[in-house]
Design a protein around this ligand. Sequence first.
Ligand code: SOE
Length: 387
Amino acid sequence: MAKKKVNVAMIGAQFMGKAHSNAWRQVRAFFDLPVDPVMKVICGKFPEELEVADQWGWEETDLDWRRVVNRPDIDIVDVCTPNFLHPPIAIAAAKAGKHVVCEKPLANTLVEAKEMLAAVTRARVKHMCGFSYRFAPAVATIKKMMSRGELGRIFHFRAAYQQDWIVDPDFPMVWRLKKKHTGSGALGDIGAHITDLCQHLVGDISEVCATMQTFIKRRPISERDTGISGKAKEKRTAKTGTVDVDDAAIFLGRIKGADTLATFEATRFATGRRNCNSIEIYGSNGSVTWNQEDMNFFHYYSAADPGYAQGFRRVHATDPGHPYIEAWWPTGHILGYEHLFVHEARDFLSNLNKTAAPYSTFADAVSCQKVLAAVERSAKSKKWEKV
Ligand code: SOE
């Protein structure tokens, strides 16, 4: 029987636009879905951004997101723009009755994030926020272990998300370095991921104590916003701009209803670390660690192992029993960063016509944004702040 077709509109054609386009294209080829996604239209800011539209698999292009989100033939709007555009696009899409997928962080501010959640709730549409690392088979396996209480009482959650793409002072001003476009720097960009992983795997954060730092306060302005790539594709102008967001954020956290201690580091100045998102969870019955740069494995220590065999074992999370793996390759044939987004699309499409939402929703994103706001308050007050 022919599956119902759902028409997808993508708003944004940079890094996340590329990752999500690949996901919409691959998901129907690898997963059995209850609906058939059609890559209808991609909307960009500049015509030259859209030259890849056909290559990425889109039928049409547009430069006017308002027109796109109001098209009667569109069922899903996927928001992959700079953060400041997330609220107007997602709210307009919800008002037009579209299901909404939106990249993290949901918004620049908690107020805007709450407005987005209210809009999708009022419109009764499905909504997902792209906390992509939840969708790694290894992390989804750790989630199952945590749900079964396999690590026992949790003493510590520790996460460090370390990058180094702006250590070079000649890296130009891009939207991720301007508060009005991005909300916050490393905190909202990569700190959001480790905050969400803590809340997803261990529990909600109740209070934080933080410090933040901007290491390079002025940067050259290039003729065009070069996104995260940034390298000298674009001519530098003689002008410089002020970086008004954090380059790094470090914070402590406590977990609601538990005596678990959490520590977080989000930095773009860990020279040599390219995309090193690592988490560690230590409990009374055992511990797990995972690192995105080695994403197909996690390390597991079980206190139940006999004394002569105790130690961290390196688990290959690509066996048939691990989440999502059945759609891909035989055991040991590893996955990559791009598969996380295919898994996002699979979970979203598989639950489009159900009440269930077994993925990161706008409600999870608002919960994350509450923590980010508390971190910023604490960095100013230099005191513990309640979430
Ligand atoms: C830049 O830090 C970035 O692209 C993040 O915005 C993504 O969420 C992360 O997956 C990779 O790095």
